[in-house]
Design a protein around this ligand. Structure first.
Ligand SMILES: Nc1ncnc2c1ncn2[C@@H]1O[C@H](COP(=O)(O)OP(=O)(O)OP(=O)(O)O)[C@@H](O)[C@H]1O
Ligand SMILES: Cc1ncsc1CCO
Length: 281
């Protein structure tokens, strides 16, 4: 793709493609250590995605160990996909330990709404002020208390409908809220919403497409004090790699394999050239 810097329009908002590209370069230089308390379905995929992009995964999800690890981790992901009792305990202690140590952390409220246990746990975790809350439209609407949730782990709502819910969640908890969809919306506690228009529907045809993105956000959040930039840069790098993989894939199976290759091959320059940021959501 040809890109002429001089002919580019001015950056669309507080986040620029150049800032996102630089953050990917920083990630490669830093190799952030990401503690994941995540679901049984996506654990292996998530660890491989982190390794492929240039981070280091650690699936430390035992009570007692989770609080010990969070202060030494670069970033923490708490994902409620298959929330066993011990995992819920581990998440609560990891959130507290991360907050005490200043470790950024990401909450992914998978399938909240209809299911009481995870919904209550998600509300408790949200009140502990995650750095970033990441979910699909139905999850964000349900966590904000505005809807009943999706169909299992999948969204039945459009991201547009989730924008108001995301704004209210973001200001309530002081978190950046990232809503995934065809255009991902990244919503700060106050100020301008950033849209990332990159991506491919194939990301919704493999399990963990959203869950692994949460882990990548935790990696990026360790690199900057600006969680809006971190969430946008993570989403941009992730969805650009997905586009490259989709161009080579025959279907979901080969997509997943090509996706790991594309994450590893993605260069900061690809982000600078290919990122499609939007401001007016
Ligand atoms: N229609 C679409 N077109 C392009 N990309 C999409 C589309 N829907 C989702 N995506 C991308 O897929 C990724 C995962 O989003 P999705 O909404 O599927 O998450 P999720 O439902 O939480 O996933 P999961 O629970 O399976 O991990 C995001 O990066 C998003 O950009
Ligand atoms: C399929 C599934 N069920 C619980 S968690 C999960 C992974 C996608 O969120």
């Amino acid at each position: 793709m040809h890109h002429d810097k001089d002919a580019s329009p001015p950056p669309p908002g507080p986040v620029t493609a150049g800032d996102c590209a630089q953050l990917l370069a920083d990630l490669r230089g830093t190799v952030p250590l990401v503690q994941c308390v995540t679901n049984a379905v996506v654990t292996n995929f998530t660890a491989n995605v982190l390794l492929a992009i240039g981070a280091a995964p650690a699936m430390v999800d035992l009570p007692g160990e989770a609080r010990q690890f969070a202060p030494v981790a670069s970033g923490v992901l708490l994902n409620l996909g298959t929330p066993t009792g011990p995992q819920r305990e581990a998440m609560l202690e990891a959130a507290d330990a991360a907050n005490s140590a200043g470790t950024p952390w990401v909450l992914d409220p998978v399938a909240v709404g209809f299911l009481t246990l995870r919904t209550e746990t998600a509300a408790t975790l949200a009140s502990r002020r995650p750095t970033i809350i990441r979910g699909n439209a139905s999850e964000i609407i349900a966590l904000a208390g505005a809807g009943g949730g999706g169909r299992g782990v999948d969204s039945v709502d459009e991201p547009d409908a989730a924008l108001d819910a995301a704004r209210s969640l973001a200001s309530r908890h002081g978190s950046v809220v990232a809503v995934s969809g065809a255009v991902d919306a990244i919503v700060p506690p106050s100020g301008t919403v950033v849209g990332v228009a990159n991506g491919t529907p194939l990301l919704t045809r493999v399990t963990g497409g959203g869950c692994a993105l949460g882990a990548v956000m935790a990696a990026f959040a360790s690199l900057t004090p600006d969680p809006l930039l971190a969430a946008a840069a993570a989403t941009g790098a992730y969805t650009l790699a997905a586009e490259a993989a989709a161009a080579r894939a025959a279907g979901p199976g080969t997509f997943a394999v090509h996706f790991l290759d594309a994450l590893a091959a993605l260069a900061p320059d690809d982000v600078e050239r290919g990122l499609q940021l939007q401001e007016s959501l």
